[in-house]
Design a protein around this ligand. Structure first.
Ligand SMILES: *[C@@H]1O[C@H](CO)[C@@H](O)[C@H](O)[C@H]1NC(C)=O
Length: 200
């Protein structure tokens, strides 16, 4: 098994996921694609930056580290040819763990936001933005959706984007968990596709 090559595949998958999460979080700042009059009109969980930081920026580092694992110098340290590679695989475990924590943060924020529901106008006479739903009751009862009068379509917008963040975050956690296992194997066994012709 070639653990460096496998890590590279994980890295390649993590990059588009991180970009998707950053874009979703940015879109959430523009309810139904429009600029909000004031920031208090925007659902609070959007400002927790789950997609931009947790599943986005934090994820870039493990992704780049995984991408580089295949090309790591294996003629490194201690007079042991595979030692440098082993150390790289070992440090990738730490990056994978950090990535999983970042994605986990985004998943938690998304769950809270889906449960909480969007902020919207429920009374056109005073266009105050409030949270009309509680404990995710709107998820199973479409009649309640009529309570959100403005901006129209906000519930679909909110649900779609936070669900994408939720699913992407779960996939990221899964990929990072794979790399923890892959990194452990690489640390213990060395990368079996050694570049020095030593495949121990
Ligand atoms: C859905 O919500 C409406 C409005 O509160 C309520 O009248 C109706 O009984 C609810 N339906 C279900 C299936 O809970």
């Amino acid at each position: 098994m070639c653990s460096g090559g496998f890590a590279k595949c994980l890295g390649i998958t993590l990059i588009p996921l991180a970009i998707i999460c950053i874009l979703c979080n940015i879109l959430l700042f523009f309810p139904v694609g429009k600029v909000a009059d004031k920031s208090s009109d925007i659902t609070e969980e959007v400002f927790y930056f789950g997609g931009i930081l947790g599943s986005g920026v934090v994820m870039i580092f493990p992704a780049l580290v995984f991408l580089g694992l295949k090309n790591n110098d294996c003629c490194g340290c201690c007079g042991n040819e595979s030692c440098g590679k082993r150390f790289a695989m070992f440090s990738s475990i730490l990056f994978a763990a950090a990535g999983a924590v970042g994605a986990g943060y985004s998943v938690i924020v998304s769950c809270v936001a889906i449960n909480h529901g969007p902020k919207c106008v429920t009374d056109l006479n005073n266009s105050n933005y409030t949270y009309p739903f509680e404990n995710g009751n709107y998820l199973s009862n479409h009649t309640l959706w009529d309570e959100c009068l403005e901006p129209s379509g906000i519930i679909t917008w909110h649900l779609t984007l936070f669900c994408i963040l939720l699913i992407a975050g779960l996939v990221q956690i899964g990929l990072c968990a794979f790399q923890v296992i892959n990194g452990l194997i690489g640390t213990i066994c060395g990368d079996c596709c050694g570049c020095c012709g030593d495949s121990s």
